[in-house]
Design a binder for this molecule. Structure first.
Ligand code: FAD
Length: 433
């Protein structure tokens, strides 16, 4: 039997290296170039970032989750989880290590469904860190229910013509290509009638109407695009996977994406926890350290309990993905991690902010962004409520209804059965009284 919670020493050495490297070399980029991690590198940034990426490659930690045939190290999801909880502290670190969202999920879907030509054209540059990608699925009128999507592609000779609107296509403004999910057959159910296309962002008719920002970003300066696809013509071989296969492909795309978010969230929540503890040990009021106040101790204990449960669960899910190599088989647990994630990040960041007093709510500390991050994690790749529905449905599959009026565990019924089982013994005991 093998069941332990230790990291093998060789990989632990790599994690230790990554921890120091991210702290010393990468986290400063978050301060120098905040919110620019997904901007294509200019000459100035290249001078800093390219050598960092080279160093990661030398350490054999570039795109660790992908197999060597795709330019990665083939370490799998569990090792990626351990690495990602280090990278999650920094918005630049996933880029420097070749495993940033949404590109990891997009890379997985192309690796899984792409033709040899598509892999060469789109996947290779993506994995080499030469370009960014965007996933274009949500529409302005519908997000969590993909059966309501209207954006359509119509076949015209050797081409498909795409028309419609998409909303919240993250990083479209810097992406070289989009993976667009559209209706190709409105006559059948959406589960059979939708397909995916690889569309270069500079294709005529791909109109980025505006880039929506998150709460703390200036209006118009965000990275989530509202896109009008207006008579966008793509060749037939731009289809990713088979016609009508978009739903199945989306599960591959989103399954990986969701658990990668959870891995990085561990790192961010740990960072909030670290700040809370440091402050509790540094600040004195009313005769004692904050660390000695029971309310603050409660914050710390509750945060530790939430974080450690979340972390172990995410590692378990990553291990399960490696074991079964099938996202569908681990769907319930990926959805569960997705459900837990927003609350863990929100709660720990909120408590850390509170412990910092007025300083905590200023733009001199990162708590607002972290707390909003909790909200974002409750929506990106599907809202919490929908994932709860998935979890409940999957859990219920393991059960069946009671076959009579009373529940199986109804005590009078069980007692009667127990009496019947041991009737001989009970008669004998009574006879000896
Ligand atoms: C930061 C961020 C990045 C994103 N990136 C991308 C991207 O790159 N590409 C992309 O295509 N999309 C992206 N999205 C969009 C995301 O997938 C959608 O926001 C999500 O699927 C929810 O859709 P919606 O916003 O239209 O909300 P709606 O579908 O309108 O739902 C609104 C609310 O209704 C409730 N609700 C919905 N369904 C149910 C239900 N069945 N039961 C109970 N309550 C329910 C939930 O509370 C939900 O939050 C991103 C979103 C965020 C916040």
């Amino acid at each position: 039997m093998s069941w332990n919670f230790e990291t093998e020493p060789e990989f632990q050495a790599k994690l230790d290296w990554a921890d120091e490297f991210v702290r010393n070399e990468v986290e400063p980029l978050d301060l120098l170039f905040p919110d620019e991690a997904f901007t294509p590198l200019d000459e100035r940034k290249r001078k800093i970032v390219d050598p960092l990426k080279e160093e990661v490659r030398r350490q054999k930690l570039w795109a660790t989750h992908l197999g060597p045939e795709l330019g990665g190290e083939g370490h799998g999801q569990l090792k990626l989880a351990l690495l990602n909880e280090i990278l999650g502290r920094s918005s630049w670190a996933p880029i420097v290590f070749g495993c940033q969202a949404p590109d990891t999920g997009n890379a997985e879907i192309i690796a899984h469904y792409g033709t040899a030509e598509q892999k060469e054209k789109y996947l290779q540059p993506l994995l080499n860190g030469e370009c960014f990608s965007s996933y274009s699925m949500t529409e302005p009128h519908a997000g969590s229910d993909p059966t309501m999507f209207k954006t359509q592609a119509v076949r015209d000779g050797d081409e498909w013509v795409i028309n419609g609107w998409k909303f919240f296509s993250s990083n479209a403004k810097t992406a070289s290509f989009l993976i667009v999910m559209v209706v190709t057959n409105p006559e059948v159910s959406a589960y059979q009638g939708m397909s995916m296309f690889l569309v270069p962002t500079d294709t005529p008719g791909v109109n980025v109407v505006r880039n929506v920002g998150l709460g703390y970003e200036a209006e118009g300066e965000g990275t989530h695009a509202l896109i009008h696809y207006e008579d966008v013509r793509v060749p037939a071989d731009a289809m990713l996977g088979d016609e009508g296969q978009a739903f199945a492909a989306a599960q591959v795309r989103l399954g990986g994406g969701r658990i990668h978010h959870a891995m990085r969230t561990i790192g961010l929540a740990q960072k909030a926890m670290d700040m809370m503890c440091e402050r509790a040990l540094s600040r004195e009021t009313q005769g004692s350290l904050l660390a000695d106040k029971q309310f603050v101790q409660g914050f710390i204990a509750d945060s530790y309990a939430q974080l450690v449960q979340f972390r172990l669960f995410v590692l378990y899910v990553a291990w399960s993905i490696d074991k079964y190599n099938d996202y569908r088989r681990v769907r319930k647990d990926i959805a569960t991690a997705k459900v837990i994630m927003p609350t863990v990040l929100h709660d720990i960041a909120w408590r850390a902010m509170q412990v910092h007093g007025a300083l905590g709510v200023t733009n001199e500390m990162p708590f607002f962004k972290m707390i909003l991050g909790g909200g974002v994690m409750g929506l990106a790749d599907g809202p919490t409520e929908v994932h709860k529905v998935t979890v409940a449905r999957q859990v219920l599959r393991g059960y069946s209804p009671s076959d009579d009026l009373w529940p199986t565990q109804h005590i009078p019924k069980l007692r009667e059965a127990a009496r019947a089982k041991y009737a001989d013994f009970l008669e004998h005991e009574v006879g000896n009284l």
